[in-house]
Every structure is written in C-alpha cells, then in structure tokens.
Write a protein that binds this ligand. Structure first.
Ligand code: ZN
Length: 262
C-alpha cells in the first residue's frame, strides 16, 4: 500500500464489493461446466460485440467503464512501487476440463498468491489463444489466466503471456492430451506445480478491470506479468486447434491508470 494510486484502487474495490448486492460469483469459480444466463461465444451473433445485449446480467459488457482485456502501452504505464508477488502454489496432478469456452484446470485448495499483505487462493487457471491483453498493440500466441480469490471475495487474476519459442525449456505436458470436446476432462500423468508456468521475473503491470467473459463483472485486480514465457509452437497449436480464437477484443482504458513495477 505504498503508492497513492494503489491505496485508492484498493479502497475502491473494497467499497464496491461492500456496495454490491450480491457477491462476485462467476462461472470462473464453478467446478463444472454449467448453464449461463445466455449462450455466448467468440463469433457470429453471440460474439463479443453482442454480449452486452444477450442478457440483462451481461450489460457491463457494453456499459462497463473498467472492462478487460486492454492494450497495455508499456511506456505510458506509470512506474509505481507495487507490492511484491509471492506465489505459494502446490505441486499436484493436473486435470484439464474443456468447458466450451476454454481449457481449464480447477485447483484443489492449498495454493496461494500473496500480493504484499493480501492473500488470495488459486481457484483455477485457463488459457486463451491468441492472447487477450496486448502489449503495445501486439498479441502473443497464448495467454494463461490464474484466477484467485481472497476471503473477502476480491478477485485477482494473474495473466502470463506466452510466445512461440522452439528453444523453450518449458515442458508442457498439459498440451499432450487436451480435452477436445466441451465437457471432456483430461488428466496428465505427471504432477506439476502451476508456478512452472510463470516467468522468472516477478515484475508486473497492475490495473483494475473485469472478467473477460460474460457477465464481465468488474473490480477485478489484474496482474499482467511483464516477462512472457516461451513454449514450442506445436504445443501452442494444440490449444489453438481446439479453442480457435477465444480472445475478447481489447477494451477502452477510459480513465484508468496502468501501473508497472519499478
Ligand atoms: Zn481468462
């Protein structure tokens, strides 16, 4: 809580959560594929430009002023003393679920993220192809979202950008046996620590945004890791073949400020 900007942002999140009639509940926290208020997708008449009109509960998708993803202008981001990130994730067997919108791993309790003094539990992680956030207008081949929740209901998502790199040492067993059809579940033989999918550097961009899928709920604390990770193209392609393009286009920044680690 060292910078003025951050204190204000955290206070606002706290206030809006308290003012909220219902807690921030979202299929991001559902452990099974389930019914949505309205069917939505990434193309045609249920594509992102129509989300706000598909159901009253999705209205923030068109009226929200703090929507995600965004294009991060790295040089315009304001330098700040951001709280340190500590990933306390546990090694586990990775099971992936195809929920019709993404390929997702639901986390067993016991993995945590500390952002300064704030503690969040890791709920799940999932992927988008290509990336949802862009850096200086540039997409990456893939983006991983680690979705966390605090005891008070605050949501923090860590985004890791992935680019194709044939020399990447990252062993990506997840990609070998992916669930191809909605509702399908696949299990990886080996155990993994989800932190294997994090970059070495803990520097990040910080801003207040929303879920990138309906109902596009706001007051999400976004932590976009500055350093991308590499993965061989063939692994990225396995995700892309199944997911096609499951990225929401970038949204207006409006009056928000993006902060970056010193
Ligand atoms: Zn996501």
């Amino acid at each position: 809580m060292k910078t003025f900007g951050l204190t204000v942002a955290v206070t606002l999140w706290g206030q809006s959560l308290m003012a909220e009639d219902r807690p921030v509940v979202h299929h991001y926290f559902s452990k099974t594929p389930h019914e949505h208020a309205a069917k939505w997708g990434y193309s045609g008449t249920t594509g992102p430009e129509f989300w706000g009109k598909l159901d009253p509960s999705y209205r923030l998708a068109s009226s929200g002023r703090q929507q995600s993803p965004i294009d991060i202008r790295s040089r315009q981001a304001s330098v700040a003393e951001l709280p340190e990130l500590k990933f306390d994730y546990r090694r586990e067997r990775i099971t992936t679920l195809n929920n019709g919108h993404t390929i997702q791993h639901n986390e067993a309790p016991g993995s945590f993220l500390h952002v300064g003094d704030d503690k969040f539990s890791l709920e799940q992680f999932h992927v988008h192809t290509p990336s949802e956030h862009t850096i200086d207008g540039k997409h990456f081949e893939l983006e991983i979202h680690f979705v966390h929740k605090s005891k008070s209901g605050q949501v923090a998502v860590v985004a890791v950008l992935v680019h194709a790199d044939e020399k990447a040492e990252l062993d990506f067993p997840l990609a070998n046996d992916l669930p191809k059809k909605p509702g399908e579940i696949a299990e990886v033989e080996a155990t993994r620590n989800p932190s294997d999918f994090l970059p070495r550097s803990r520097e990040y961009f910080n801003y207040s945004g929303s879920f990138t899928t309906p109902p596009c709920t706001e007051q999400v604390r976004w932590i976009v890791m500055k350093q991308p990770i590499g993965a061989p193209q063939k692994y990225i392609e396995r995700f892309a073949t199944i997911l096609k393009a499951n990225n929401r286009p970038v949204q207006k920044l409006n009056d928000r400020v993006v902060e970056k680690s010193k």
